[in-house]
Design a protein around this ligand. Structure first.
Ligand SMILES: [Zn+2]
Length: 339
């Protein structure tokens, strides 16, 4: 699974620019689904039919987003420096001197104008990307206004932990792919959806959930890890504590029956788990939940340090536990469980 995580996290794919990562995922899931399609917003939907497809099976939508945060070029100046705006939640304090890459392979480094006053520092309009061009014309030969860059970093394993850009949410994509490999048959009809544009407002999941119209929703995404030196131990999820079962975040109160089933399934199978309560941020689960007249939805989260930076860290204990929990959940007859 480490190689899969490396391939996925090292692929380019900021929100709205998911073509390369979608092609990569298509390769990874070849032969694992009965049907694979791409919808209007670019969501990749892989369907695993129920084992007895003559009976009307319960439809489950499992979602992880393919997109990552990035920078969109708004202006190219005379000297060839690129001015940018954010795609998704960029924290200005950790972008300086990071490298970025565009879809065509152009690499640049981020820096900022010298601040005259402290209030001028760390403002998006003071940032620029240097792609090594010396004139506007030279820059325009490589990059155009409207092009989008993502972080450019390799994935590194440190024993059982890994650092990469876009762990959010390629780790969720890797978990779904691993589950597709391990789940031999299910009495549920499962829609594995690799969604687009999550980082700019859960847009892919919104249309995919409407299109799939599932009876049950499960999102797989990252959450915070509240175990770093500056974190008071006030929120429950930490690295290495197991699959984090969502209780709440800024967009979702997990459906009580789904949350209960997740906890019971983890306990019954001795899968390490912890609870996920997040004050800011949300996941595709929030979009699935509010589809049509409401869909019971829960979320399996992977605690992640330094989220929305070029070096997001996860622990393989949590990744493996998330795979195991999702396999066990999808192996249940969810119709008989009352969904
Ligand atoms: Zn995410």
């Amino acid at each position: 699974m480490k190689d899969l995580i490396k391939r996925l996290t090292e692929t380019y794919g900021p929100s709205g620019n998911e073509d390369l990562i979608r092609e990569q995922i298509k390769k990874e899931i070849k032969g694992l689904a009965s049907e694979v399609k791409t919808d209007v917003l670019g969501n990749l939907i892989a369907v695993k039919k129920a084992k007895n497809s003559k009976l009307k099976a319960l439809k489950v939508m499992v979602a992880a987003h393919m997109d990552e945060i990035g920078f969109i070029v708004t202006h190219i100046d005379k000297q060839g420096f690129l001015r940018v705006s954010n795609i998704g939640g960029i924290y200005l304090h950790n972008v300086l001197a990071q490298r970025v890459i565009f879809a065509n392979g152009t690499v640049g480094t981020i820096n900022e104008e010298r601040a005259e006053t402290p209030s001028e520092a760390k403002r998006m309009d003071k940032l620029y990307i240097d792609i090594g061009a010396s004139t506007k014309r030279e820059a325009e030969a490589k990059v155009a206004v409207g092009d989008v860059a993502g972080f450019h970093r390799c994935c590194t394993f440190l024993g059982n932990r890994a650092i990469a850009k876009s762990m959010d949410d390629r780790i969720g994509c890797a978990i779904m792919i691993e589950v597709m490999k391990k789940l031999k048959s299910s009495s549920n009809e499962i829609y594995f959806v690799f969604t687009t544009q999550e980082e700019v407002g859960l847009r892919g999941a919104t249309t995919a959930a409407f299109g799939v119209s599932p009876d049950l929703g499960i999102a797989v995404d990252i959450t915070g890890a509240f175990d770093t030196p500056d974190e008071k131990p006030k929120l429950p999820s930490v690295l290495g504590g197991g699959a984090a079962i969502k209780v709440k975040d800024a967009g979702l109160l997990a459906h009580p029956a789904v949350k209960k089933l997740m906890i019971e399934t983890a306990r019954a199978n001795k899968i390490p788990y912890q609870l996920d309560i997040l004050e800011g941020g949300t996941t595709d689960g929030a979009a699935i939940y509010k589809t049509k007249s409401g869909i019971p939805t829960g979320v399996i989260s992977v605690p992640t340090r330094y989220a929305h930076s070029a070096s997001e860290m996860v622990d393989m204990v949590d990744v493996k536990a998330s795979v195991d929990l999702l396999v066990k959940l999808l192996s249940l007859n969810l119709q008989q469980k009352g969904f």
